[in-house]
Design a protein around this ligand. Sequence first.
Ligand code: ADP
Ligand code: MG
Length: 273
Amino acid sequence: MTDTDVIIPATFHARPEPSGLEAIGITAWFGTHLVLDRVSLHMREGEVTALIGPSGCGKSTFLRTLNRMHELIPAASMAGQVLLDGEDIYDPSRRLTDARRLIGMVFQKPNPFPAMSVYDNVVAGLKLTGQRTSRSTKDDIVEECLVRAGLWREVRERLRHPGGMLSGGQQQRLCIARALAIRPKVLLMDEPCSALDPTSTRVIEETIAELRSDVTIVIVTHNMQQAARVSQHAAFFLAEENQPGRIVEHGPTDIMFSNPQDARTSDYVHGRF
Ligand code: ADP
Ligand code: MG
């Protein structure tokens, strides 16, 4: 050791930067209607977090606050903080498009650009990054995203076909590929399988399992078996009569299902709601 070495006492170390997405005290309104009240949740990197709960309790609204889509709805407002790897995505010095580029979203109803080719649908995601990309790089990225979305083998001969010609399950995987082209750190999925048949659902669940190691995933689902299959962490949302939505309980998914701490969670996960 030299005299210039500095000894940092253990207590000086800040707590480790939380990785993943951290929502702190999210409160959301539509006009004067309070729909979420101080909801906090850490959605960890490397995990799939499932948001469960009855219709109307604010799950979709919560998801939209995470990538700043809530503020696009007329008369909608919110308070609270969302940190991505410790950085505030609502920081006024940060451009809205930057926040959205880091956090992709997939909706219940597959919404590829129907007249656009499969290839161009994926490129449409890539364009959002604002980077100029050569043709051969584009080809590589399109292939990589379609592979990661579990669609490549089915569409490699049909890249020039319109996205709207694919089956519902394939269209949803195309939307996942388009979202991945942005190279997001987080993927938000709002009931991505509700409009799909069981086979397509299974393929999408496999895709989610594969993506988990490099994309933080937050999924809203009404299907308890699905939540149990795909997620490691689960949060139970509830809006009791005339009350805004809150998280009643959250924790490791296996515990939420096998040993829920709150009677309301137990009733919900056992279908007694
Ligand atoms: P969930 O996804 O859990 O079904 P939502 O987030 O869609 O719940 O809805 C939460 C509450 O916010 C509901 O009372 C719903 O009626 C209301 N709400 C949702 N979207 C809007 C909107 N665009 N304008 C006004 N109220 C809305
Ligand atoms: Mg919803």
